[in-house]
Design a protein around this ligand. Structure first.
Ligand SMILES: [Zn+2]
Length: 343
């Protein structure tokens, strides 16, 4: 490992764009399939990895959803989240706000309660055993109806204390943010933070980004780097202090590149740009690996990585005092490694 890579991995950071279902490594997939008596088409880890060959979002989703059938009992959801949190801890994550897709499970007959109690157990255990604070973000699948999303929100209300915010993921094409305006208005009224995916180079991307900011009133945007196409929107996002959760390694899978120029340009414009791993089991990089990949690709140095780590807490949904504590940890780490960071 280079010095910069070691620095990046040790840097205290928050991960804000991580799909728990996207952390299913082939080894765990086999273990859960065996536990639940499910037959897989593949017989080796290599064969599973070979299916992780995507050219765009659609080809990724075609592999992603069928894999989830190995998740059946609360214990399975716990094991999935716990495996991720251990890996995250090893890459410097001290706070994680993690997406989960209940409809990917309730849609195949697994009760909402099973999903969330399993994930919640891992969240509590991470605090106790790893010292990581973790939160859950409920994501609605945008290729399903707004009515199903609303029903899922209602189902989630008894578990409100375990869910920090709501998000929107899956295929954005023909499923604009405004389709879910009512669901997100209700979620906001219930006290949830709001975020939505604005996918890279999606058809109508800039119009969707505008709607997400102006009509939905999100607190954060997932991906969203196409905002660089409209300087007036960049200015608006900055004025509102919106966080952007970028995922460089995932970008290079679903588009032709990492979008490092856009990420660096937004960072230098003073937006709260963060670096995250998205679906690390499928894209082959956890969050520290994403910091390193971006640094190598864009020629960033240690001080830039520190800015990204500070942004990860600035864009988080932590309370102001906890956010300040974490940022102080980042600054101590930088100072301890001889990296000068402006106040
Ligand atoms: Zn995502």
């Amino acid at each position: 490992m280079t010095d910069l890579a070691a620095f990046a991995h040790g840097l205290p950071k928050a991960e804000l764009h991580l799909h728990l279902e996207g952390t299913l490594e082939p080894e765990l997939k086999f273990a859960l399939a065996a536990r639940n008596g499910i037959e897989l088409d593949e017989t080796t880890v290599e064969e599973v990895r070979a299916t992780y060959d995507f050219t765009d979002l659609t080809s990724f989703l075609a592999v992603y959803y069928p894999a989830m059938r190995v998740l059946q009992a609360a214990e399975d959801f716990h094991d999935l989240a716990w495996a991720y949190l251990q890996k995250a801890a090893a890459q410097g994550v001290v706070h994680a706000e993690m997406f989960f897709d209940p409809q990917a499970h309730t849609g195949r007959g697994v009760p909402f309660d099973t999903v969330i109690t399993g994930y919640r157990r891992a969240v509590v255990r991470a605090q106790d055993e790893l010292g990581i604070s973790a939160e859950l973000i409920l994501c609605f699948l945008r290729d399903f109806s707004a009515e199903y999303a609303m029903a899922t929100l209602m189902e989630a209300l008894p578990y409100k204390a375990w869910i920090v915010g709501v998000g929107l993921d899956s295929d954005e094409r023909d499923n604009p943010p405004t389709k879910f305006a009512e669901v997100f208005a209700r979620a906001k009224a219930e006290g949830f933070f709001l975020t939505m995916h604005c996918d890279i180079d999606q058809v109508g991307s800039i119009d969707n980004i505008r709607a997400v900011i102006e009509q939905i009133g999100v607190d954060r945007i997932d991906h969203g780097t196409n905002i660089v196409e409209d300087p007036s929107l960049v200015a608006l996002a900055k004025e509102r202090g919106l966080g952007f959760t970028t995922c460089p390694v995932s970008n290079s899978f679903v588009t032709a590149q990492m979008k490092s120029d856009e990420i660096v340009s937004l960072l230098n414009a003073g937006l709260k740009v963060t670096v995250n791993s998205d679906d690390p089991a499928y894209f082959g990089g956890y969050v520290g690996d994403n910091y390193v990949a971006l640094a190598e690709h864009a020629g960033l140095g240690a001080a830039d990585l520190v800015r990204l780590a500070i942004n990860s807490f600035e864009a988080s949904w932590l309370t102001a005092s906890r956010r300040a504590d974490f940022i102080a940890r980042v600054r101590d780490y930088a100072a301890g490694n001889g990296v000068a960071v402006p106040q």
